[in-house]
Design a protein around this ligand. Structure first.
Ligand code: NAD
Length: 229
C-alpha cells in the first residue's frame, strides 16, 4: 500500500504550537500581510525576523506528540510506502522519527539567502550578518510566504497520482494548492480520508472522515492500518 499524508497545524496543536485559528494563538496577534508575505519582509524585515525568531523559540520548547509518533511508526512498520507532506514549518515530524517527509511550506530551522538561495540550518535567532556563501543577502526564514510557490510540487503531484490512500490530518483545507490534494488524489483513483478536529472546508472532497483530537484518532487509525496490512 502506498499512502500519502498531508499534515497541517492541527497535528502540532497538542504539542503547544497554536493553529492559525486558535482564539488566543500567535496568529491572532499578527496579520498575515505584516509577517508572512515578501512585501512585509521588504517593508519591515526586523518585525518579520522577530516574529520568526519567536516561532523558532516556541518550536524549540515543543515536543512531538502521540500523533507525530504514530505516523513515524506507520512509516517504519507498514509494508509499503508512506510519504508525509507537511504544511508545518516546525520539525516535530522529524523529531518523532519520520524519514520520508516534504516540507512544502519550508522550515523554520533553516535560513535562506534572498540573493543566492543558499540554505543553512538555524537553531536560534536569525543572524544579522551577510550570507556566508555570497556575502550578500539578506538572510530570511526558509518559509514559503503568501504569494510564493510551495516547494517540491512536481514530486508531490507525482506521489498523489501513485497513492492508494490519501489522508489529510489537522488542516483546515483553505490554502491552495494543498487544499486540492484530496481531489487530485481521488481523481487518480486513491481512497481519501480526513482526520481532523472538525469537518474542514474541503470535507466533502473526502470519501471517509474521522473527527477528534489528533493524539486520539491518529494512533487508533495507524493501529488499524498496521493490523490490516
Ligand atoms: P489551520 O490553522 O488553518 O487549520 C488547522 C486545522 O487543525 C483546523 O481545521 C482545526 O480544526 C484542526 N485542529 C486543531 N486542533 C486540532 C487537534 N488537536 N487535532 C486535530 N485537528 C486539530 O492550519 P493549516 O490548515 O495548517 O493552514 C495551512 C497553511 O495555511 C499553513 O501552513 C499556513 O502556511 C497557512 N495559513 C496561514 C495563516 C496565517 O498566516 N495567519 C492562516 C491560515 C493558514
Amino acid at each position: 500500500m502506498n499512502i500519502v499524508i498531508l499534515t497541517g497545524a492541527g497535528v502540532s496543536a497538542e504539542s503547544g504550537l497554536g493553529t492559525f485559528r486558535d482564539v488566543d494563538g500567535l496568529w491572532t496577534k499578527y496579520r498575515i500581510e505584516d509577517v508572512a508575505t515578501p512585501e512585509a519582509f521588504a517593508r519591515d524585515p526586523d518585525f518579520v525576523q522577530d516574529f520568526y525568531n519567536l516561532r523558532r523559540r516556541n518550536c524549540a520548547e515543543a515536543t512531538p506528540n502521540a500523533a507525530h509518533f504514530a505516523l513515524a511508526r506507520l512509516e517504519a512498520e507498514l509494508e509499503g510506502e508512506v510519504l508525509i507532506v507537511t504544511q508545518n514549518v516546525d520539525d516535530l515530524h522529524e523529531r518523532a522519527g519520520s524519514k520520508r517527509l516534504i516540507h512544502m511550506h519550508g522550515e523554520l530551522l533553516k535560513s535562506l539567502c534572498a540573493s543566492c538561495e543558499d540554505r543553512l540550518p538555524l537553531k536560534g535567532e536569525m543572524p544579522t550578518s551577510p550570507c556566508q556563501k555570497c556575502g550578500g543577502g539578506p538572510l530570511r526564514p526558509d518559509v514559503v510566504w503568501f504569494g510564493e510557490m510551495p516547494y517540491r510540487m512536481e514530486e508531490i503531484w507525482n506521489a498523489l497520482r501513485m497513492a492508494d490512500l490519501f489522508v489529510s490530518i489537522g488542516t483546515s483545507g483553505n490554502v491552495y494548492p494543498a487544499a486540492a490534494f484530496a481531489q487530485d488524489a481521488g481523481r487518480a483513483g486513491a481512497d481519501t480520508l480526513e482526520l481532523n478536529l472538525e469537518p474542514s472546508d474541503g470535507a466533502s472532497d473526502f470519501a471517509d472522515a474521522r473527527y477528534g483530537k489528533a493524539t486520539d484518532i491518529v494512533p487508533v487509525w495507524v493501529e488499524e492500518v498496521l493490523s490490516a496490512s
